[in-house]
Design a protein around this ligand. Structure first.
Ligand code: FAD
Length: 376
């Protein structure tokens, strides 16, 4: 591919890369981020045109982003350190779960989860897309002009670069506004202002698994659930031996206060919150597995979820640059779905449509006619 002299830094980077490795990589679409939005965009694009060459670059060593389900070998279900449920889908059917053949888990409070965990969604999206997902690939710089993008990233400490015709950026809003990703030409000030105006909620998640010999649910026949404005708790019996999984999410001011504490104190305080669910409070030292996540401190998230702003704000963040660089992610969703899993999915689907249109893909109108949320 001929590179414009207008982007000499990228031309030189690609030159170095080609000289060093003899590679000449070209994709139709490069997607940054393998969370729900990025994987949905890739899966939808490949479903439109299976010949499209799509590459998803993900900084972490796993897919899912803020959907982070972790399984301990003795447990029948995943522990959620990220999203717990399809929040906005309460009492509704999500057509996407049917299409992807996912097992929907209905809880006593009518919230809907996925079994064995929320990561089933991202796994299904990744598996049903023939696009390539490359992990451990943190994108550092993007150079673009109409119809051409150059992306440089670090892959296992090696600097690599790749070109594409279109780019879909799905970085969390907190990361995008932090400037961690350098984009040339830069984001317009209207988009930067919109990003700066967003309020992004902190969250700390804690999960603890206890052997049945050390913890007992008062009622092991169904999940125990609790929710208030800053705390969400779930307790499950998760094995034939009666092992107990405790999941706690602390948001807002409670997350701010906890972030000052050590991990072991966070875990102990979380266990204490389950007093109403358990026959007696177990000791942290008796746990067979623990997990924590501080989403505000995580440099690849810089927050748990965007708070809803004005429609114009979210539209501005979603708007494309030069019909070449497109944006998806929960912060670009319709305000009714901002900050949610299905909002992230919708935004990926919307970005896929925009990219397809810009590439004159005829089958653009052949998207399955499925409302993402459908009233029962
Ligand atoms: C604790 C918690 C609880 C939640 N609970 C719920 C809930 O119950 N229901 C609900 O609907 N929603 C919930 N949410 C929100 C929901 O998880 C998110 O809205 C959704 O998962 C966001 O998806 P996304 O694709 O927009 O972003 P992400 O999942 O953040 O994906 C972005 C991806 O980009 C990657 N990335 C970042 N920087 C780079 C880079 N430079 N190069 C390459 N890759 C990069 C990240 O690693 C990440 O994988 C919760 C979130 C959290 C954190």
């Amino acid at each position: 591919m001929q590179l414009s002299a207008g982007i000499p830094a990228f031309a030189s980077l690609l030159g170095q890369k080609s000289a060093a490795r003899g590679l000449g990589t070209d994709y139709d679409v490069i997607v940054i981020g393998a969370g729900v939005a990025g994987l949905a965009a890739a899966e939808r694009l490949v479903s439109l045109d299976s010949d499209l060459k799509v590459l998803v670059l993900e900084a972490r060593d796993r897919i899912g982003g803020r959907v982070h389900s972790v399984r301990h070998q003795s447990s029948t279900r995943d522990a959620e350190l990220g999203a717990m449920s399809l929040t906005q889908a309460q009492g509704r059917d999500w057509a996407v779960t049917d299409r992807l053949g996912l097992n929907v888990d209905e809880f006593p409070d009518n919230s809907l989860g996925l079994y064995p965990g929320m990561a089933a969604l991202v796994r299904a999206l990744a598996e049903s897309s023939t696009g390539r997902v490359q992990l451990d690939s943190e994108v550092r710089e993007v150079f673009w002009r109409e119809g051409l993008v150059g992306v440089s990233y670090m892959n296992r400490r090696l600097s690599s670069a790749v070109t594409g015709r279109r780019l879909v950026v799905t970085l969390p809003a907190g990361v995008l506004r932090s400037g961690a990703l350098s984009i040339t030409p830069a984001l317009p000030s209207s988009k930067l202002d919109a990003l700066q105006s967003l309020s992004i909620e902190p969250a700390i998640s804690v999960a603890v698994l206890f052997p049945g010999s050390h913890a007992k649910l008062k009622d092991a026949t169904q999940p125990w659930l609790y929710e208030d404005s800053t705390t969400r708790l779930r307790a499950f019996s998760v094995s034939v031996d009666g092992d107990v999984l405790l999941e706690a999410q602390f948001r807002g001011s409670r997350a701010d206060a906890l972030s000052e504490q050590s991990e072991s104190l966070q875990l102990s305080l979380a266990i204490r919150a389950f007093g109403d669910a358990l026959e007696s409070l177990p000791l942290l030292s008796d746990a067979s597995w623990t997990g924590t996540a501080d989403w505000l401190a995580d440099p690849l998230s810089l927050g748990a979820a965007t708070q809803v702003g004005s429609t114009l704000t979210h539209l501005e963040i979603a708007s494309s640059m030069g019909n070449t660089v497109f944006f998806a992610g929960e912060a670009t969703a319709d305000p009714a779905a901002v900050g949610t899993v299905h909002g992230a999915y919708d935004s990926g689907e919307r970005a896929a449509r925009e990219v397809a249109l810009s590439l004159n893909i005829e089958s653009e109108l052949d998207f399955p006619n499925e409302p993402v949320l459908e009233l029962l």
